[in-house]
Design a protein around this ligand. Structure first.
Ligand SMILES: C[S@@+](CC[C@H](N)C(=O)[O-])C[C@H]1O[C@@H](n2cnc3c(N)ncnc32)[C@H](O)[C@@H]1O
Length: 227
């Protein structure tokens, strides 16, 4: 008779080396979560806001362009759903944070970072199936131009997603920034004007409001008459 000896030695999982980049990404994530908690204490929940915007993006269109990368919250959320995201910002300052957020989320290889002006996009022809921007427009010097450029690079049948604070959102940002001795840009909303203009051009447009944001979703006509 063969007696099988029970292996009583504990199976120890091999130690996985954490890359220095991931260590930085984790540290940054901790700081970002603290910032989210600070925002929530004023009444704005950035995670709920992101979820709200994404629930309005019910179609799969790629490639994706995001305008106003900032710290990358929206670009990373888009990259979790779409595998080809280009994100453009006029400033390079926050890009390292956006990259750390992408590394933490495991989507760094899906995002291409571009430095450029949204009012003068570097693509000559329409080439994006989804063109989006979140909480960036109130920072734009020429929002009308950026909006026109977003439409110009959108493919026929593509989706435009524009989200920014509504009146109550700006009030929260004002209160929050005041406690930090800062001010926050507060331009008048152009959403109604853009909605009317897109509707005239044959886009299917819807406006939504929740989580202190307004969101414009527009589907471009399959055949766009471009001047
Ligand atoms: C508050 S951040 C955007 C937040 C970001 N979308 C997110 O979800 O984390 C605003 C960004 O808009 C960028 N910005 C301002 N004017 C711009 C322009 N003309 N073209 C591209 N980016 C611009 C700023 O540099 C800044 O990084």
């Amino acid at each position: 008779m063969v007696i099988m000896r029970k292996n009583t030695r504990k199976q120890v999982a091999p130690l996985r080396r954490i890359s220095p980049q991931m260590t930085q990404a984790r540290a940054y994530r901790k700081r970002r979560l603290a910032r989210y908690a600070f925002m929530r204490s004023f009444g704005y929940d950035p995670v709920a806001a992101l979820k709200f915007v994404l629930t309005k993006v019910r179609w799969r269109r790629t490639p994706v362009l995001d305008i106003g990368t900032g710290k990358g919250d929206f670009a990373v959320a888009l990259a979790r759903r779409f595998d080809a995201v280009t994100t453009l910002d006029i400033n390079i300052g926050d890009r390292r944070f956006a990259r750390l957020a992408a590394i933490y989320a495991g989507v760094a290889d899906r995002i291409r970072f571009v430095v450029g002006d949204g009012a003068k996009l570097p693509w000559r022809r329409p080439r994006f199936g989804l063109v989006a921007s979140m909480n960036a427009f109130h920072h734009m010097e020429y929002p009308d131009r950026v909006f026109a450029e977003m439409c110009r690079v959108l493919l026929p049948g593509g989706i435009l997603v524009l989200a920014d604070f509504d009146k109550s959102g700006f009030q929260i940002m004002d209160d929050m920034c005041r406690t930090e001795g800062e001010t926050h840009p507060h331009p008048p909303s152009r959403f109604a004007v853009w909605k009317a203009s897109l509707t005239r051009q044959g886009y299917r447009v819807e406006l939504f409001r929740d989580c202190h944001l307004q969101v414009l979703i527009a589907i471009s006509p399959e055949k766009i008459a471009r001047s």
